[in-house]
Design a protein around this ligand. Structure first.
Ligand code: MEV
Length: 431
């Protein structure tokens, strides 16, 4: 599988040249390209309709990760993120994974869970049975709520009743409506359905329906990715391939066994996940909430990913997490950059998007573990970080790289040092 555009070459281009390449590869229109460059994106007027008290727009860098092959298809991945090394890390790991065939992904049907809390029940068990007796009727009623979704093949799928016997206010019931939201993130669809269904639940149960809201622990809507990195791909510099692989496995074991490490390990995964979620204007707080709740599903918070060595000694990794993202409705439909981001990835369904996001999360996890298990992460961070500090110190044009290079050489990246180097440079240039 030949990579038409090695990442180093893409890396060396100017932003405008990179956009041109992406435009050609993804068949973007000039308008779509402008939406990705920032020249034309969300308008103030659109923003004013999105949230309240709008005063303006807020920008973040958008980079395009390279080398991703997902289920045999080349995918250009838009990533919106403020942290250096993330886009480079994902691209580089995608290149290693590509040598093993790339990423292989799968996902569940887009099933969201809506919750209803039913209080004031004299007998929780009887109420539970009454609701289950009316399960079909309740599902039938739920089916009539959103005819558009129904026509698209979505709608209610199941109804579950869960007694919670021990809570600070005593026993109550929780009704779960399992709802297929097709290509939407689904929060609006499920919340509407829950509100519409609640009088009937109230009448059947004899209780009082209190909260009606989706659950962000979308564990009926999982997406998963796996990859296999050939052992030989892992060697670099002074590090032998086995040493890198075993170092990665030990790093993963740390996260699997210790919640303090697992939180950071999973944060590294979310570096990749959130960047794509954000590029497509999806709700990253929902994804974060779902991911961390899923990581704690056994009662002990642990790693979202797994890493192992296969029979040939290759490094194999997998990642599975709830992925409630949409490609229709909400901000994704309104935001021109989000629409262009979907086009860039060639995404046709919410499930495809979910799967790409998980593959990027897995690549990002590998980037962090590989760095941590070998030279540490500061080295990779250093040069971009140094440039940011140089800019913060007031460096402009060529000065930025000059100040950054000096600090990197001195292994001291600090604002006061950047300011001193800048002053010295300017003195020399003026004198
Ligand atoms: C930094 O943003 C992410 C890492 O801390 C992730 C990790 O420790 O695995 C490098």
């Amino acid at each position: 599988m030949e990579n038409p555009l090695p990442s180093r070459k893409f890396y060396d281009l100017t932003p405008a040249e990179r956009l041109q390449v992406a435009m050609e590869r993804a068949g973007l229109t000039a308008e779509e390209a402008a939406a990705l460059s920032g020249a034309a994106g969300l308008s103030l007027e659109q923003a004013d309709h999105m949230i309240e008290n709008v005063t303006g727009l807020y920008s973040l860098p958008l980079g395009i990760a390279q080398n991703f092959v997902i289920n045999g298809r080349e995918v250009l991945v838009p990533m919106v993120v403020e942290e250096p090394s993330i886009v480079a890390g994902a691209s580089f790991m995608a290149r290693l994974a590509r040598a093993g065939g790339g990423f292989f992904t799968s996902s569940d049907e887009p099933l969201m869970i809506g919750q209803m809390q039913v209080l004031d029940l004299p007998d929780v068990q009887t109420a539970r049975l009454r609701l289950l007796e009316q399960r079909q009727a309740l599902l039938e009623e739920a089916r009539s709520i959103d005819p558009v979704l129904e026509r698209l093949g979505g709608g209610p799928r199941d109804l579950e009743v869960r007694p919670i016997l021990d809570s600070p206010i005593g026993p109550f019931l929780v009704v779960h409506l399992i709802y297929d939201v097709r290509d939407a993130m689904g929060a609006n669809a499920i919340n509407t359905a829950m509100e519409r269904l609640s009088p009937r639940v109230q009448a059947i149960s004899g209780g009082r329906v209190h909260l009606r809201i989706l659950s962000n622990l979308a564990d009926r809507r999982l997406a998963r990715a796996r990859c296999s990195v050939p052992l030989r791909e892992l060697a670099f510099g002074e590090y032998r391939a086995e040493q890198v692989r075993d170092g990665i496995l030990a790093a993963w074991a740390f996260a699997a066994a210790d919640p303090y490490r697992a939180a950071t390990h999973n944060k590294g995964i979310m570096n990749g996940v959130d960047a794509v979620v954000l590029a497509t204007a999806n709700d990253w707080r929902a994804i974060e909430a779902g991911a961390h709740a899923y990581a704690a599903r056994t009662g002990r918070y642990t790693s979202l990913s797994t890493w192992a060595s296969d029979a040939e000694g290759n490094l194999v990794g997998s990642l599975e997490l709830p992925m409630a993202v949409g490609i229709v409705g909400g901000a994704t439909r309104v935001h021109p950059s989000a629409r262009a981001a979907l086009k860039l990835m060639g995404v046709q369904t919410a499930r495809q998007l979910a799967e790409i996001i998980v593959a990027v999360g897995l690549a990002q996890n590998l980037a962090a573990l590989r760095a941590l298990a070998t030279e540490g992460i500061q080295r990779g961070h250093m040069s971009l970080h140094a440039r940011q500090v140089a800019i913060a110190a007031g460096a402009q044009g060529n000065e930025v790289q000059q100040v950054a290079d000096r600090m990197a050489a001195e292994k001291l990246v600090r604002l006061d040092r950047a300011e001193a180097i800048l002053q010295e440079l300017r003195r020399l240039n003026n004198g």
